[in-house]
Each structure stands twice: as C-alpha cells, then as structure tokens.
Design a binder for this molecule. Structure first.
Ligand SMILES: NC(=O)c1ccc[n+]([C@@H]2O[C@H](COP(=O)([O-])OP(=O)(O)OC[C@H]3O[C@@H](n4cnc5c(N)ncnc54)[C@H](O)[C@@H]3O)[C@@H](O)[C@H]2O)c1
Ligand SMILES: O=P(O)(O)OC[C@H]1O[C@H](O[C@H]2[C@H](O)[C@@H](O)[C@@H](O)O[C@@H]2CO)[C@H](O)[C@@H](O)[C@@H]1O
Ligand SMILES: [Mn+2]
Length: 441
C-alpha cells in the first residue's frame, strides 16, 4: 500500500495527540510517510507538536514530521487534510453557551444560537483550508471534523461544490459503541445500522447483527431504563453535562418509540429541562477548560519535560478511529459503509434534495455514494425541515452579510421561543463575535 502524507489542520487541538497515537497504531492498515500539523496559533500548536514529535520519534521514527503556521509549507505534498479547527477556541465556546442561557434559551456548542454563532465563525476559515488544499495539493481530500458540522457542511456544499471535502461526526460512532456494549458485542462493527437525519439531529431505524438478527428490541429495552448513560467509554462522558445528555436517551425513546435517537435531539425536544438543569455560570466549555484541555496540555508538557512518551495517558479515541477508517476507504477503495454528512439528492425521498443529511454511504477511491433511505415519517420530516432551514439561513447570512437572515436563522431554531428573544440573543452574539464574524447590515 502506498504510504500517505497527512496534514492535521488545527494542530493545537485537544484531539491531535490522540489522532497521532491512533495513526501509529494503524500503520499496518494505513501506512503513513509524513505527518504535518498546521494552526494559526503558533504557541498553542507548539505545545502539542513537541509532544507528538517525541511520540513519533519513539514509535515510528521513519515518519517525517513537521509543524508550521505557514499554509504553503503545511498544505504542500499532502494526501489528506484532517481538519479540526475551533475558531475562537474555548473562550468563544463559553460565550456560545452562556449568552443564550442568559436569555433563558439552550446554550450549546453546536445546537441553537450557540451553534449558529459558532457556524458564523467557522465558515470562512474552513473555506480557507479548502482553498489552501486546492492550491498546494489539488488531489488531496479534506476530511472535516470542525464543528458545527451541519452548518459547515451546508457552506462547503454551496461555496465549494466541486471540492473533495467530506464532513463527518463521531457522535453516532460513540453511541453505537455504547449500544454494542449493552448487548455484549465487542464493537459497533459487529452491527449493521440504518440511520438518517441531519448532523447532531438523527435517528437509528434499524440495528442488526451480521446474521441479520434484529438487535433493536434488546437495545431499546436497555435505553428505556438507562438511556445511554451506562457503558460510556472509559474516561469519557463522565461529567454531569454529558451524563444528562446520555440519560436523555430514555425520554427520547418515549417521544419516538420506533427509532433510537441521537442524544443531541434532547437539546431540541427537551429544551425546557435543559435550561432548567443548566449551570449558567459554569457550562460545558468551563468543564473542558478545567478538564480535557488542561489535562491534554499538562500531559504534552510532561512528555516534553521527560523527553519521552513512555507511560503516556494519551490514547486514541473513536474520534481518531473514524477519521482513519475514512481515509483508508478513500485511499484503498475499501468500500466501507460509513455515516457521512452528504447532499441528500433524493436519498431521503420526501426531503429537500439540497439538504445536507447524515446517512450511510459507501466509501471508496472515487469518493462516496449515499445509500437510499426512502420516505421518512412526518415527525422527523417536520423537525428536520425546521432545523435545515435554520442552517441554510445561517449560510445565507454569512454569504450576504445579512443581519435579517441571521435573525431569521435564530428565530427558526426550535429552541428559541420568539423573534424578539432571537433578536436579543443575536445582538449580544454580534458584540461577542466582532473579531470573527463578517460585518452584518
Ligand atoms: N465532528 C465531530 O463529531 C467532532 C468531535 C469532536 C470534536 N469536534 C470538533 O473538533 C474541533 C477541535 O476541537 P478541540 O476541542 O480539539 O478544539 P481546540 O480549541 O482544542 O483546538 C482547535 C485548534 O484550532 C485552531 N484554530 C482555530 N482557528 C483556526 C484557523 N482559522 N486556522 C487554523 N487553526 C485554527 C486553534 O488555534 C486550536 O489549536 C472543534 O471544532 C470541535 O467541535 C468535532
Ligand atoms: O463537550 P465535548 O467537547 O466533550 O464534546 C462535544 C463533542 O461531542 C461529540 O464528540 C464526542 C464523540 O462523540 C466521542 O466519541 C468522543 O470522541 O468524544 C467526542 C467529544 O466528547 C460530538 O460528535 C462532537 O461534534 C462534539 O464537538
Ligand atoms: Mn459531532
């Protein structure tokens, strides 16, 4: 197999070291000749990169490694760009979460007004990555993890329609791993799933084992008692904010007993409970600033101080497995069946053709082929039409610099009670995001 060159864009990400560790564990299936890192925050990236340099030197010294803030140096001679930017970093995620809560509305990283604000920050830099890639490595694929994936995906569909960009999410992966453990399977890969929705807004309609036996009844019986809160991956999703989301699987099953719901639907269908239970002064962003972000950078500093990654706590995660599986499928034509965010084009028969939907696709050397879903029920169709309209209005607002369209996008969100509340939130978000958003008029 031809060895590949990988660029991690957003090298200072808390996930970068885990992705590097994962790639080094996968070299027999996905051989790599070069790993590069690119970020616009030199100091942040250097802290992660120096640790990754030691990990690579100790585990795969034959791999060329460099990190840079120079786009030409970063994007030249790469086969895959793995993008995980957080535009505005956690300081802005904190604003995305706290400003809506101040108005009695769900404040969340990718959902509702917080996700909309994040989308307005992310569109430009992601399009910039695609432009760099096409200038310096025109044959490369951009595998985008950067959130909010739904809005970024709509923007790349509209602004970069001919680019080799795939937008992905690992939440279904995480929940499928939990489901697998519930029924004593070793891995989610022992299950065949049918799933449809938008990113962070979807449902499983079928889960079977490799012999075709229906696994949904047993999984549903568990979720009806515990949601997805049991069996979460070691060291993951143990904080109360995540456990509340995982437990919500139970109520989501009551609302929709025919399918299993993505936990993100709780922010939309249980918005009142979410607001009532939230600590508006200490949100998920604060938990991560005090948790994952601090732990990752402390561990990177420990590795650098010791000059060795021996006994490191840095481990690979679903985040990493998924992105490597996707790169393998594109590189070696594995025809893997994966959930991707793709233009609908009739896959969901009774839904907008130009909506970016999250559905099973077959992935190979020439890209991916969406699988047919057929007709979806009225409940899901109605919810998705409102949500996708909000996401499309965000991209309209970014392209046109339109205050009106962004006001409409926030008003359209299911978690916002009125146009006036939407306007009050928007006016606060404009002040907080003046360094990142286009000027609106
Ligand atoms: N798709 C998914 O399911 C999924 C899963 C987990 C995380 N994520 C996303 O991955 C991203 C990274 O998450 P994180 O917690 O590691 O964030 P982080 O803040 O730790 O790292 C993000 C990095 O991006 C860099 N960056 C920001 N703007 C940039 C720009 N314009 N150009 C270059 N670099 C830039 C920052 O300097 C930072 O080093 C986020 O968007 C997060 O939402 C997505
Ligand atoms: O609140 P965070 O930053 O911890 O998580 C927000 C992200 O949650 C999902 O990604 C999970 C992923 O599902 C899980 O497998 C593991 O990799 O942890 C990730 C981070 O918790 C979601 O898919 C992302 O879009 C969110 O950014
Ligand atoms: Mn996601």
């Amino acid at each position: 197999m031809e060895k590949k060159s990988i660029l991690i864009a957003g090298g200072g990400s808390t996930y970068t070291a885990g992705i590097v560790v994962m790639m080094l564990e996968y070299l027999d299936k996905f051989p790599v000749r070069k790993i590069k890192m690119y970020d616009n925050d030199e100091e942040r990236q250097q802290k992660v990169a120096e640790a990754c340099e030691i990990i690579i030197k100790e585990r795969a010294p034959e791999i060329e490694f460099l990190y840079t803030t120079d786009p030409e140096e970063a994007f030249t001679d790469v086969d895959f760009v793995m993008a995980q930017l957080r535009v505005g970093k956690y300081a802005m995620r904190e604003q995305d979460e706290k400003i809506p809560f101040k108005h009695g509305v769900v404040g969340q990283e990718t959902c509702g007004p917080g996700g909309i604000a994040y989308g307005m920050r992310s569109i430009g830099p992601i399009i910039q990555l695609a432009d760099y890639m096409e200038k310096y490595s025109p044959e490369a694929w951009l595998l985008n993890y950067s959130n909010p994936a739904a809005i970024v995906a709509e923007a790349t569909r509209r602004l970069k329609p001919d680019s080799k960009i795939i937008n992905i999410c690992d939440m279904p992966i995480c929940l499928e791993e939990i489901m697998a453990r519930v029924i004593n399977k070793k891995s989610r890969k022992e299950m065949d799933v049918q799933y449809f929705g938008l990113n962070h807004f979807g449902w499983w309609t079928s889960i079977k084992d490799k012999e075709g036996n229906d696994l949904m009844p047993e999984i549903k019986a568990h979720v009806a008692k515990y949601g997805y809160a049991e069996n979460t991956p070691a060291g993951q999703h143990k904080e109360e904010s995540w456990l509340e989301a995982m437990r919500a699987g139970k109520q989501l099953l009551e609302i929709e007993p025919d399918f299993l719901s993505n936990t993100y639907l709780k922010y939309y269908l249980m918005a009142d409970e979410t607001v009532a239970h939230a600590n508006k002064d200490y949100t998920r962003a604060n938990e991560i600033i005090d948790g994952r972000e601090k732990n990752v950078f402390n561990e990177c500093a420990r590795i650098v101080a010791n000059g060795s990654a021996k006994d490191t706590t840095i481990a690979s995660s679903e985040h990493a497995v998924f992105i490597v599986d996707l790169a393998r499928a594109l590189a070696y034509n594995t025809k893997e069946r994966m959930l991707l965010i793709t233009e609908n084009k009739g896959a969901i028969e009774n839904f907008s053709s130009d909506a970016m939907v999250e559905i099973p696709c077959i992935v190979g050397k020439d890209g991916y082929e969406p699988m047919s879903v057929g007709k979806i029920p009225t409940f899901q169709k109605g919810l998705m039409e409102q949500q996708v309209a909000s996401e499309k209005l965000v991209v309209d607002a970014w392209v046109e610099g339109s205050y009106q369209k962004l006001w409409q996008a926030i008003t359209m969100s299911k978690v916002v009670p009125s146009a006036q509340v939407a306007k009050d939130i928007l006016d606060d978000l404009i002040v907080a995001n003046q360094e990142f958003w286009p000027v609106l008029s």
